[in-house]
Design a protein around this ligand. Structure first.
Ligand SMILES: Nc1ncnc2c1ncn2[C@@H]1O[C@H](COP(=O)(O)OP(=O)(O)OP(=O)(O)O)[C@@H](O)[C@H]1O
Ligand SMILES: [Mg+2]
Length: 381
């Protein structure tokens, strides 16, 4: 499963060594190489953007920032990844987790040694910090009515029930709170506003989450439109980091605008699931949002396209749509108007109401590709 892979970022300025590591990693299905950076300058930004599980740093890195200095800096910054330092026998380095050296690998090393070490530091990191492996998925589209809420709800249920990872669904559509209507939640059910914003403790969560009959927990939007103004981007950041510590997966249903609040959710997301349909306005808006995401600095791998109603092309040429988007959508979901409308009207997830329907199989497949069953330690369903 792709998410079982260890996401690796390499910082190496010697081209031959970089090439050697690339070759070793390419041969291992367990490791996904995100990037090789040739100097220490942009590393912190890249760690924030690309969210590697492990960073491999050459201790002898030349330039303004040395390798060990960089490791210590990343650790001080409190960034999640485990750090492995490579060195040569003549320049021994000792393991010192406080200074960002979780493990040392001395050259020359084999692919077997490298991959084994990456696995063991990654595993140790997961045990120390469950939040590091928690997945935050934002369901977004720059166009209304494409199926965001439907997909977010069913995906969250599929992750919990099918993948077996404890999941929370967040209504990030703070003004209109689509989930309240979909799930027929009473008006006095608690919302994100009930979370104390100065200091949020894990214990506060149970009181403000809505437990849906489908088994997932839901953090609702405020009950009235104007109350959305009471939530700040900083609150969003805090709430999400708290949810990460408790849940193996967080799915956020987002609105169509790119407000500061939406951006706070998108920034925090590991993957933005951008819903597209065969509709020319949707495709056009998707392309312009891709420019915005690029300008913000989101790596292309952070965005997955979800082609909804994939079998209703509405006269558009699928090949043309792919070339406009610049790639094949990572996930596809078929149309099933009757089932979706019926399930939504009853506030039920179709993945449970009709598990054998092709649309349910599509959502389960997507859930499995996005979240690994291993999940963070102690947070399995
Ligand atoms: N795969 C599908 N097959 C058939 N109908 C679908 C599918 N996905 C969504 N729909 C229908 O499309 C409509 C819009 O869905 P939904 O409310 O989930 O979209 P949304 O993107 O959240 O909309 P909004 O922008 O209003 O928040 C609903 O009537 C739903 O039943
Ligand atoms: Mg919606």
């Amino acid at each position: 499963m792709p998410t079982d892979q260890i996401r690796l970022l390499v910082v190496e300025d010697v081209p031959q060594v970089a090439q050697y590591v690339r070759g070793l990693v390419a041969a291992s299905p367990r490791v996904k190489l995100l990037d090789v950076l040739h100097d220490g300058r942009a590393v912190t930004d890249q760690v924030v953007q690309q969210r590697p599980d492990v960073v491999l740093i050459d201790a002898l890195l030349q330039g303004r920032v040395g390798g060990l200095e960089l490791a210590a800096h990343l650790r001080r910054a409190g960034l999640p990844p485990a750090i492995v330092v490579i060195t040569v026998p003549q320049r021994p380095v000792s393991t010192d987790a406080e200074r960002g050296v979780d493990a040392v690998l001395s050259m020359p090393f084999t692919g077997y040694e490298l991959v084994n070490l990456l696995q063991s530091v990654h595993q140790a990191q997961l045990e120390r910090d469950p939040a590091a492996s928690s997945r935050l998925l934002g369901v977004f589209a720059p166009k209304g009515g494409v199926g965001k809420t439907t997909i977010a709800f069913n995906l969250a249920v599929a992750i919990q029930q099918h993948v077996g990872a404890k999941t929370v669904l967040v209504d990030g559509s703070l003004q209109f709170g689509d989930l309240r209507a979909l799930l027929k939640v009473p008006a006095d059910a608690p919302s994100i506003l009930e979370l104390p914003t100065d200091r949020i403790a894990e214990a506060d969560l149970a009181d403000v989450l809505w437990r849906d009959p489908s088994g997932i927990d839901i953090l609702l939007a405020p009950p009235r439109i104007e109350m959305a103004d009471m939530v700040t981007p900083r609150d969003v950041e805090k709430v999400l980091s708290l949810l990460r510590r408790v849940y193996a997966a967080t799915v956020v249903d987002l609105p169509t605008n790119l407000s500061d609040l939406t951006l706070a959710f998108l920034d925090a997301a590991d993957v933005i699931l951008e819903v597209v349909t065969y509709d020319s306005t949707t495709i056009r808006n998707t392309v312009s949002v891709a420019d915005t995401f690029r300008a913000i600095g989101y790596p292309p791998s952070k965005i997955h396209y979800v082609l909804n109603r994939a079998d209703s092309t509405g006269g558009l040429d699928p090949a043309m749509v792919q070339s406009t988007l610049g790639r094949v959508p990572e996930h596809t979901i078929v149309s099933d108007g009757r089932l979706v409308v019926e399930a939504n009207n009853q506030g039920l997830p179709f993945v449970l109401a009709a598990p054998d329907a092709p649309i349910s199989a599509d959502v389960r497949r997507m859930a499995g590709a996005l979240v690994s069953s291993r999940g963070p330690v102690g947070a399995g369903a």
